[in-house]
Design a protein around this ligand. Structure first.
Ligand SMILES: [Zn+2]
Length: 238
């Protein structure tokens, strides 16, 4: 076995590290989280609109209730004057009675308006409760998913640590010259696999068949001399 075999081991460990990075960036839970967050934003917007409507309607109801209270006070006062015996003339009593009648009429109009307002408020209030419940369910689901993401990431992280430790062991065994050769080659190859085993007549990095004449040339080299795949440029270890 070639002493360059250790380069393949380093490559395999780095491939595993890349896979772990990829896994941590593409957890299926991220999509679920995004869906839930979008739903939550929609519910928040709907809730805001409902609140504006409800606030206007409730304010109208409140204004009328305040006015009714004032009318009731005035009516009570006028009624008490009317029956207190302070009236000096029937005319004065009639004026006061007229005033009470007109205040009562206004009160009854306001009461009818309040009933109408309450009928308008009802469906909004039902919707307010529905959205509020949906939102708290949605937020609960978000918390659950966030927990699952944290657990998955921590699993990836501990796997990464164990692979990194294994890699340090292989690097020690490889020695600084081969580690440098490997690292330089990885830099040169960028995102591509930097080392591949020769499998039959194929490159283990790009899986392409290497021309017979090149295979001959590679096989004639001393086994500890690195050679490049003519297809992808990776170091070929045989
Ligand atoms: Zn290749």
């Amino acid at each position: 076995m070639s002493e360059l075999e250790v380069l393949v081991e380093l490559q395999e460990l780095d491939t595993r590290l890349s896979q772990l990075t990829h896994r941590s960036k593409t957890l299926p839970e991220y999509e679920q989280l995004a869906t839930l967050q979008a739903e939550d934003r929609e519910l928040k917007t709907s809730f805001g609109k409902i609140e504006v409507e409800l606030s206007t309607l409730r304010q109208s109801q409140n204004d009328r209730e305040v006015e009714i209270q004032q009318l009731e006070d005035k009516i009570a006062k006028a009624t008490s004057s009317l029956y207190s015996g302070d009236m000096t003339s029937p005319k004065e009593a009639a004026v006061l009675q007229g005033e009470i009648d007109s205040l009562s009429k206004r009160q009854s109009i306001l009461e009818d308006q309040i009933i109408e307002l309450m009928e308008q408020i009802e469906p909004y209030a039902t919707e307010e409760t529905r959205i509020s419940t949906a939102r708290s369910n949605c937020q609960e689901a978000i918390t659950v998913i966030e927990g699952e993401i944290a657990a998955a990431l921590s699993e990836v992280e501990s796997e990464r640590e164990s692979v990194a430790e294994e890699k340090r062991g292989v690097e020690t065994r490889a020695g600084s010259n081969l580690v440098k050769l490997y690292e330089d080659n990885r830099k040169r190859m960028g995102d591509h696999t930097a080392v591949g085993r020769l499998v039959g007549t194929s490159c283990g990095a790009c899986f392409l068949e290497i021309a017979a004449v090149e295979i001959d040339r590679i096989r004639r080299l001393p086994s500890d001399q690195p050679s490049e795949c003519p297809e992808c440029g990776a170091l070929v270890v045989r």
